[in-house]
Design a protein around this ligand. Sequence first.
Ligand SMILES: *Cc1c(COP(=O)(O)O)cnc(C)c1O
Length: 458
Amino acid sequence: MPALTSDTLFTRALQLIPGGVNSPVRAFRSVGGAPFLVKAARGATLVTADDRELIDFVCTWGPAIHGHNHPVIKAAIAAALENGTSFGTPNPSEVEMAELITRFVPSIQKVRMCNSGTEATMSAIRLARGFTQRDKIIKFAGCYHGHSDSLLIKAGSGALTHGHPDSAGVPASFARETIVLPYNDAASLDAAFTANPGQIACVILEPYCGNVGFIMPDAGYLAAVRAVTAQHGALLIFDEVMTGFRLHKAGVQGLLNEELAATHPAASSSASGSELSALNAQLPFAPDLTCLGKIIGGGLPVGAFGGRSDIMDYLAPLGPVYQAGTLSGNPLAMAAGIAALRLLEDDGSGTSPYTRLDRLGRQLRDAVLAATRAKGIPAQVPQCGSMFSIFFTATPVRDYATALTGDAKLFARFFRACLARGVYLAPSAYEAGFISTAHEGPAIDRACEIMSQAIAEL
Ligand SMILES: *Cc1c(COP(=O)(O)O)cnc(C)c1O
């Protein structure tokens, strides 16, 4: 029997699965057409059900930093599989994973594994509320923190792409406990704390936004967020599900600490106010809690959240905040994640993957900027390391409102032109792009060529 094509399979999927997809961002609703089905992925390449090969800049929405089906990760999963798929008891690989995470990310003293980024953020919010005994939380427009009720408000790409900034089914009474503010605006954050004295449990944010396109913070913004949360006794939660291990071994907080150490060598011993914990006093910059996912699963379903020991010890069985998971710390997922993290320290190439990924990111950004300039199309291409976005707008993008100035129709045409030539970008004007180490060499050169051609013909 001949293999079914993408179109035949997707028609069937539409009858059996809502919208034909198991996560709405996979649908092509905002770029037009039907999604292709992928039957295999290796390195920088996706192979569709129709045997088309595509250079992939979605990287399974972030996890595949080493490229698809990396032989070391595959071998680690195969080795773990020999011993069984799930034990329902503590297992040795969980301890190894916890050791790796706490070593990579110094602000994490204790960590709890779960099964997705959504679980990580949802649990971190509950923990922050339990620890502070306060109910309100602050999030920022365009930041996505998974799909739990309190966080699914102005949550960026997935909802935005389909024209519903907020989800139906979230009770108004829940939404009232979530204050939504503009990102990159320290004054509005100050004002929210003043207007809600003693009521705010935590501020959660993507330190670099990746779910409304890629947006970086203004200089000093994250330090201001840290200062105001500490001043008001609210916890600061960094949602590094996307940025964790992607931009730096220690996430955005690692980048910030390197910057601070370079500019103020004394900061680490003196900067913190009396409100900050002993831990925060040791690091120039430390959130109270950090959420992780994506890369730590090495392509299998994993999430984690961690931070100060005194806060983490509020979790059951030690403390009153309940959180659990039948498959949490799953040995196959731990094996894949541990292998992925170890490769970030040393993938045998002799140069840090982050240095090489940044080179690829700059090459792509420069190519797109040159092509748009030549064509006379206004564009913003924010890029840091292996994350980037292409906004077709003359307005510098620094928050949700400015992201929306991007020309989504032009993006859709650009997306289709790239896809027709063999480059797969995320099917939405409001998503970040991801590069892997497997893009080094011919893939990145070819992709830059294709994207430049696509722009020239817009
Ligand atoms: C992907 C993502 C999540 C949700 O993770 P899932 O594993 O999809 O539940 C949460 N926060 C951020 C910043 C993300 O990018």
